[in-house]
Design a binder for this molecule. Structure first.
Ligand SMILES: NC(=O)c1ccc[n+]([C@@H]2O[C@H](COP(=O)([O-])OP(=O)(O)OC[C@H]3O[C@@H](n4cnc5c(N)ncnc54)[C@H](OP(=O)(O)O)[C@@H]3O)[C@@H](O)[C@H]2O)c1
Length: 271
Protein backbone atom coordinates (compact mmCIF):
# COMPACT_ATOMS: atom_id res chain seq x y z
CA UNK A 1 0.00 0.00 0.00
CA UNK A 2 2.80 2.39 0.91
CA UNK A 3 4.53 1.70 -2.37
CA UNK A 4 1.32 2.24 -4.37
CA UNK A 5 0.70 5.55 -2.61
CA UNK A 6 4.31 6.66 -3.06
CA UNK A 7 4.12 5.82 -6.77
CA UNK A 8 0.99 7.95 -7.14
CA UNK A 9 -1.18 5.12 -8.51
CA UNK A 10 -4.69 6.51 -9.05
CA UNK A 11 -6.73 3.32 -9.50
CA UNK A 12 -6.24 -0.12 -7.99
CA UNK A 13 -8.03 -3.28 -9.11
CA UNK A 14 -8.25 -6.02 -6.47
CA UNK A 15 -9.08 -9.65 -7.27
CA UNK A 16 -10.07 -11.09 -3.89
CA UNK A 17 -9.80 -9.45 -0.49
CA UNK A 18 -7.13 -11.22 1.59
CA UNK A 19 -9.09 -12.84 4.45
CA UNK A 20 -6.04 -12.89 6.76
CA UNK A 21 -7.27 -11.12 9.88
CA UNK A 22 -4.05 -9.09 10.02
CA UNK A 23 -5.03 -7.34 6.78
CA UNK A 24 -8.64 -8.22 5.81
CA UNK A 25 -9.35 -5.11 3.77
CA UNK A 26 -7.27 -2.65 5.78
CA UNK A 27 -5.01 -2.03 2.77
CA UNK A 28 -8.04 -1.23 0.64
CA UNK A 29 -9.36 1.13 3.33
CA UNK A 30 -5.99 2.91 3.52
CA UNK A 31 -5.89 3.35 -0.25
CA UNK A 32 -9.44 4.71 -0.30
CA UNK A 33 -8.70 7.06 2.60
CA UNK A 34 -5.84 8.48 0.54
CA UNK A 35 -8.23 9.11 -2.38
CA UNK A 36 -7.22 6.16 -4.55
CA UNK A 37 -10.06 4.57 -6.52
CA UNK A 38 -10.30 0.85 -5.58
CA UNK A 39 -12.31 -1.71 -7.52
CA UNK A 40 -12.42 -5.07 -5.73
CA UNK A 41 -13.81 -8.53 -6.48
CA UNK A 42 -12.67 -8.61 -10.12
CA UNK A 43 -12.27 -12.26 -11.19
CA UNK A 44 -12.34 -13.18 -7.49
CA UNK A 45 -13.12 -16.86 -8.15
CA UNK A 46 -10.11 -17.18 -10.49
CA UNK A 47 -7.84 -15.43 -7.99
CA UNK A 48 -8.95 -17.75 -5.17
CA UNK A 49 -8.55 -20.79 -7.44
CA UNK A 50 -4.92 -19.78 -8.04
CA UNK A 51 -4.10 -20.32 -4.36
CA UNK A 52 -7.02 -22.22 -2.82
CA UNK A 53 -5.12 -23.51 0.21
CA UNK A 54 -4.19 -20.01 1.35
CA UNK A 55 -7.71 -18.60 1.11
CA UNK A 56 -9.18 -21.71 2.72
CA UNK A 57 -6.73 -21.65 5.60
CA UNK A 58 -7.21 -17.98 6.36
CA UNK A 59 -11.01 -18.47 6.44
CA UNK A 60 -11.17 -21.87 8.19
CA UNK A 61 -8.02 -22.11 10.30
CA UNK A 62 -6.86 -25.39 8.78
CA UNK A 63 -5.39 -26.54 5.45
CA UNK A 64 -7.59 -27.52 2.54
CA UNK A 65 -7.71 -31.27 1.94
CA UNK A 66 -8.17 -32.95 -1.41
CA UNK A 67 -8.69 -36.72 -1.28
CA UNK A 68 -7.64 -38.68 -4.33
CA UNK A 69 -8.63 -42.30 -4.74
CA UNK A 70 -8.33 -44.63 -7.70
CA UNK A 71 -10.87 -47.42 -7.84
CA UNK A 72 -12.40 -49.92 -10.19
CA UNK A 73 -15.69 -48.86 -11.81
CA UNK A 74 -17.44 -50.58 -8.92
CA UNK A 75 -15.44 -48.80 -6.22
CA UNK A 76 -12.66 -51.21 -5.17
CA UNK A 77 -9.32 -49.50 -4.40
CA UNK A 78 -7.36 -52.72 -4.01
CA UNK A 79 -7.82 -56.45 -4.27
CA UNK A 80 -8.13 -58.52 -1.09
CA UNK A 81 -4.40 -59.38 -1.37
CA UNK A 82 -3.54 -55.66 -1.18
CA UNK A 83 -2.51 -55.23 -4.82
CA UNK A 84 -3.66 -51.94 -6.33
CA UNK A 85 -1.00 -51.20 -8.94
CA UNK A 86 -2.39 -50.38 -11.37
CA UNK A 87 -6.15 -49.92 -11.28
CA UNK A 88 -6.06 -46.94 -13.62
CA UNK A 89 -4.31 -46.23 -16.92
CA UNK A 90 -0.97 -44.38 -17.37
CA UNK A 91 -3.01 -41.36 -18.57
CA UNK A 92 -4.99 -41.21 -15.31
CA UNK A 93 -1.84 -41.67 -13.25
CA UNK A 94 -0.13 -38.84 -15.11
CA UNK A 95 -3.20 -36.69 -14.45
CA UNK A 96 -2.96 -37.54 -10.74
CA UNK A 97 0.63 -36.32 -10.69
CA UNK A 98 -0.74 -32.86 -11.52
CA UNK A 99 -2.65 -33.04 -8.23
CA UNK A 100 0.60 -33.69 -6.41
CA UNK A 101 2.23 -30.80 -8.25
CA UNK A 102 -0.48 -28.47 -6.92
CA UNK A 103 -0.07 -29.67 -3.32
CA UNK A 104 2.24 -28.48 -0.53
CA UNK A 105 2.15 -31.91 1.12
CA UNK A 106 1.08 -35.44 0.12
CA UNK A 107 -0.34 -37.65 2.88
CA UNK A 108 -0.59 -41.43 3.22
CA UNK A 109 -1.45 -43.73 6.10
CA UNK A 110 0.93 -46.30 7.54
CA UNK A 111 -0.92 -49.03 5.61
CA UNK A 112 0.04 -47.53 2.26
CA UNK A 113 3.58 -46.91 3.47
CA UNK A 114 3.86 -50.62 4.25
CA UNK A 115 2.05 -51.99 1.19
CA UNK A 116 3.31 -49.72 -1.60
CA UNK A 117 6.59 -48.16 -0.36
CA UNK A 118 5.60 -44.97 -2.25
CA UNK A 119 7.95 -42.06 -3.05
CA UNK A 120 5.13 -39.49 -3.26
CA UNK A 121 7.03 -37.28 -5.69
CA UNK A 122 5.65 -35.44 -8.70
CA UNK A 123 6.87 -37.37 -11.70
CA UNK A 124 5.95 -35.13 -14.55
CA UNK A 125 8.35 -34.26 -17.36
CA UNK A 126 7.69 -30.53 -17.24
CA UNK A 127 7.51 -30.17 -13.45
CA UNK A 128 10.29 -28.01 -12.06
CA UNK A 129 8.75 -26.70 -8.82
CA UNK A 130 9.39 -27.76 -5.25
CA UNK A 131 8.36 -31.32 -4.47
CA UNK A 132 5.49 -31.62 -1.97
CA UNK A 133 6.45 -32.71 1.55
CA UNK A 134 5.66 -36.36 2.21
CA UNK A 135 3.48 -36.96 5.29
CA UNK A 136 2.62 -40.25 7.02
CA UNK A 137 -0.20 -40.77 9.50
CA UNK A 138 0.93 -43.71 11.61
CA UNK A 139 -0.77 -45.88 14.19
CA UNK A 140 0.63 -47.84 17.11
CA UNK A 141 2.18 -50.58 14.99
CA UNK A 142 5.93 -50.13 14.46
CA UNK A 143 6.82 -48.46 11.16
CA UNK A 144 9.10 -50.30 8.71
CA UNK A 145 12.79 -49.60 9.27
CA UNK A 146 13.53 -48.89 5.61
CA UNK A 147 11.22 -47.10 3.17
CA UNK A 148 12.13 -45.07 0.10
CA UNK A 149 10.27 -42.08 1.48
CA UNK A 150 12.68 -41.76 4.44
CA UNK A 151 15.17 -40.25 1.98
CA UNK A 152 12.70 -37.36 1.58
CA UNK A 153 12.45 -36.30 5.25
CA UNK A 154 8.77 -37.18 5.74
CA UNK A 155 6.67 -35.65 8.47
CA UNK A 156 5.37 -38.61 10.48
CA UNK A 157 2.43 -38.18 12.85
CA UNK A 158 2.20 -40.76 15.63
CA UNK A 159 -0.35 -41.15 18.46
CA UNK A 160 2.36 -41.42 21.13
CA UNK A 161 6.12 -41.03 21.39
CA UNK A 162 8.19 -43.56 19.41
CA UNK A 163 11.93 -44.10 18.93
CA UNK A 164 13.47 -41.86 16.25
CA UNK A 165 13.45 -43.09 12.69
CA UNK A 166 16.40 -41.83 10.67
CA UNK A 167 15.35 -39.29 8.08
CA UNK A 168 11.89 -38.63 9.57
CA UNK A 169 10.46 -35.66 11.48
CA UNK A 170 8.21 -37.28 14.05
CA UNK A 171 5.33 -35.32 15.59
CA UNK A 172 3.20 -36.72 18.42
CA UNK A 173 -0.45 -35.83 17.85
CA UNK A 174 -2.49 -38.34 19.85
CA UNK A 175 -6.25 -38.01 20.06
CA UNK A 176 -8.69 -39.20 22.71
CA UNK A 177 -9.32 -42.47 20.85
CA UNK A 178 -5.62 -43.39 20.93
CA UNK A 179 -5.19 -42.69 17.19
CA UNK A 180 -3.68 -39.63 15.57
CA UNK A 181 -5.98 -36.62 16.02
CA UNK A 182 -6.42 -35.71 12.36
CA UNK A 183 -7.47 -32.09 12.98
CA UNK A 184 -4.45 -31.57 15.22
CA UNK A 185 -2.21 -33.08 12.54
CA UNK A 186 -3.84 -30.77 9.97
CA UNK A 187 -3.05 -27.74 12.11
CA UNK A 188 0.54 -28.91 12.56
CA UNK A 189 0.82 -29.12 8.77
CA UNK A 190 -0.49 -25.55 8.44
CA UNK A 191 2.00 -24.38 11.08
CA UNK A 192 4.75 -25.60 8.73
CA UNK A 193 3.24 -23.71 5.81
CA UNK A 194 1.46 -26.67 4.15
CA UNK A 195 -1.96 -25.28 3.27
CA UNK A 196 -2.96 -27.36 0.23
CA UNK A 197 -2.89 -31.05 1.13
CA UNK A 198 -3.33 -34.04 -1.16
CA UNK A 199 -4.35 -37.27 0.55
CA UNK A 200 -2.96 -40.05 -1.61
CA UNK A 201 -3.30 -42.88 0.88
CA UNK A 202 -5.45 -45.89 1.37
CA UNK A 203 -9.07 -46.47 2.34
CA UNK A 204 -8.65 -46.54 6.14
CA UNK A 205 -7.24 -43.01 6.26
CA UNK A 206 -9.70 -41.84 3.59
CA UNK A 207 -12.64 -43.07 5.68
CA UNK A 208 -11.30 -41.47 8.87
CA UNK A 209 -10.74 -38.11 7.18
CA UNK A 210 -14.17 -38.14 5.53
CA UNK A 211 -15.84 -39.10 8.83
CA UNK A 212 -14.02 -36.21 10.54
CA UNK A 213 -15.36 -33.78 7.90
CA UNK A 214 -11.83 -32.99 6.79
CA UNK A 215 -12.20 -33.71 3.06
CA UNK A 216 -12.98 -30.53 1.14
CA UNK A 217 -12.53 -31.90 -2.38
CA UNK A 218 -12.76 -35.45 -3.72
CA UNK A 219 -10.97 -36.47 -6.91
CA UNK A 220 -11.99 -40.00 -7.77
CA UNK A 221 -10.53 -41.89 -10.70
CA UNK A 222 -12.64 -44.83 -11.80
CA UNK A 223 -10.55 -47.22 -13.86
CA UNK A 224 -12.06 -49.09 -16.77
CA UNK A 225 -12.01 -52.34 -14.81
CA UNK A 226 -14.74 -54.22 -13.01
CA UNK A 227 -13.85 -56.06 -9.80
CA UNK A 228 -17.27 -57.69 -9.57
CA UNK A 229 -16.42 -58.65 -6.02
CA UNK A 230 -15.16 -57.29 -2.76
CA UNK A 231 -11.50 -56.50 -2.13
CA UNK A 232 -10.94 -53.16 -0.40
CA UNK A 233 -13.73 -50.64 -0.93
CA UNK A 234 -13.03 -46.87 -1.12
CA UNK A 235 -14.33 -46.39 2.40
CA UNK A 236 -14.35 -49.34 4.80
CA UNK A 237 -16.83 -49.49 7.65
CA UNK A 238 -20.58 -49.75 8.06
CA UNK A 239 -23.18 -47.95 5.97
CA UNK A 240 -26.47 -48.98 7.47
CA UNK A 241 -29.05 -46.45 6.25
CA UNK A 242 -29.19 -44.26 3.14
CA UNK A 243 -29.84 -41.26 5.41
CA UNK A 244 -26.19 -41.56 6.53
CA UNK A 245 -24.92 -40.72 3.03
CA UNK A 246 -23.53 -37.18 2.71
CA UNK A 247 -25.03 -34.99 0.00
CA UNK A 248 -22.38 -34.03 -2.55
CA UNK A 249 -21.98 -31.52 -5.33
CA UNK A 250 -20.41 -32.92 -8.49
CA UNK A 251 -18.03 -30.26 -9.80
CA UNK A 252 -16.77 -31.99 -12.94
CA UNK A 253 -16.75 -35.33 -14.72
CA UNK A 254 -14.20 -36.08 -17.42
CA UNK A 255 -12.70 -38.99 -19.29
CA UNK A 256 -8.95 -39.45 -18.84
CA UNK A 257 -7.65 -42.00 -21.32
CA UNK A 258 -9.97 -45.00 -20.87
CA UNK A 259 -10.87 -43.99 -17.28
CA UNK A 260 -13.26 -41.52 -15.64
CA UNK A 261 -12.34 -38.66 -13.28
CA UNK A 262 -14.98 -37.24 -10.95
CA UNK A 263 -14.42 -34.10 -8.89
CA UNK A 264 -16.88 -33.47 -6.09
CA UNK A 265 -17.23 -31.62 -2.82
CA UNK A 266 -19.57 -31.86 0.15
CA UNK A 267 -22.70 -29.82 -0.40
CA UNK A 268 -22.63 -26.45 1.33
CA UNK A 269 -23.72 -26.78 4.94
CA UNK A 270 -23.28 -30.56 5.06
CA UNK A 271 -19.61 -30.49 6.02
N1 LIG B 1 -6.37 -47.11 -5.11
C1 LIG B 1 -5.87 -46.12 -4.41
O1 LIG B 1 -6.15 -44.93 -4.67
C2 LIG B 1 -4.91 -46.45 -3.31
C3 LIG B 1 -4.10 -45.45 -2.78
C4 LIG B 1 -3.24 -45.77 -1.74
C5 LIG B 1 -3.21 -47.08 -1.26
N2 LIG B 1 -3.99 -48.03 -1.81
C6 LIG B 1 -4.00 -49.41 -1.30
O2 LIG B 1 -4.60 -49.39 -0.02
C7 LIG B 1 -4.07 -50.48 0.75
C8 LIG B 1 -3.66 -49.95 2.11
O3 LIG B 1 -4.84 -49.59 2.77
P1 LIG B 1 -4.85 -49.01 4.24
O4 LIG B 1 -6.27 -48.65 4.51
O5 LIG B 1 -4.13 -49.95 5.16
O6 LIG B 1 -3.91 -47.71 4.06
P2 LIG B 1 -3.93 -46.26 4.71
O7 LIG B 1 -5.31 -45.73 4.83
O8 LIG B 1 -2.96 -45.46 3.92
O9 LIG B 1 -3.32 -46.50 6.15
C9 LIG B 1 -4.13 -46.87 7.22
C10 LIG B 1 -3.33 -46.80 8.50
O10 LIG B 1 -3.13 -45.44 8.89
C11 LIG B 1 -2.89 -45.42 10.27
N3 LIG B 1 -3.64 -44.39 11.00
C12 LIG B 1 -3.11 -43.61 11.97
N4 LIG B 1 -3.99 -42.76 12.48
C13 LIG B 1 -5.13 -42.99 11.84
C14 LIG B 1 -6.41 -42.41 11.97
N5 LIG B 1 -6.68 -41.42 12.82
N6 LIG B 1 -7.37 -42.90 11.19
C15 LIG B 1 -7.11 -43.88 10.29
N7 LIG B 1 -5.89 -44.46 10.12
C16 LIG B 1 -4.91 -44.02 10.91
C17 LIG B 1 -3.21 -46.80 10.80
O11 LIG B 1 -1.96 -47.42 10.96
P3 LIG B 1 -1.67 -48.69 11.89
O12 LIG B 1 -2.11 -49.83 11.07
O13 LIG B 1 -0.22 -48.66 12.13
O14 LIG B 1 -2.51 -48.51 13.12
C18 LIG B 1 -4.01 -47.41 9.67
O15 LIG B 1 -3.95 -48.81 9.63
C19 LIG B 1 -2.95 -51.08 -0.05
O16 LIG B 1 -3.45 -52.23 -0.66
C20 LIG B 1 -2.63 -50.01 -1.06
O17 LIG B 1 -2.10 -50.57 -2.23
C21 LIG B 1 -4.85 -47.74 -2.82
Amino acid sequence: VDALLAAGVARVVVGAVDPDERVAGSGIAALQAAGVEVVSGVAAAEVIAADPGYFFHRSNGRPRFRLKLAATLDGQVAAADGTSQWITSPAARLDAHQLRAAADAVVVGAGTLRADDPLLTVRHEDFSGEQPRPVVIAGDAALPVHRRIYERNPLVFVPRAVPLIEGCEIVVAGGKDGRVDLLLAAKEMAARGYLEILVDGGPTLAQALAAAGLVDHFTLYLGAKLAAGEGKPMFPGPFTALSEASPMEIIAVSKVGPDVRIDARPQEGSH
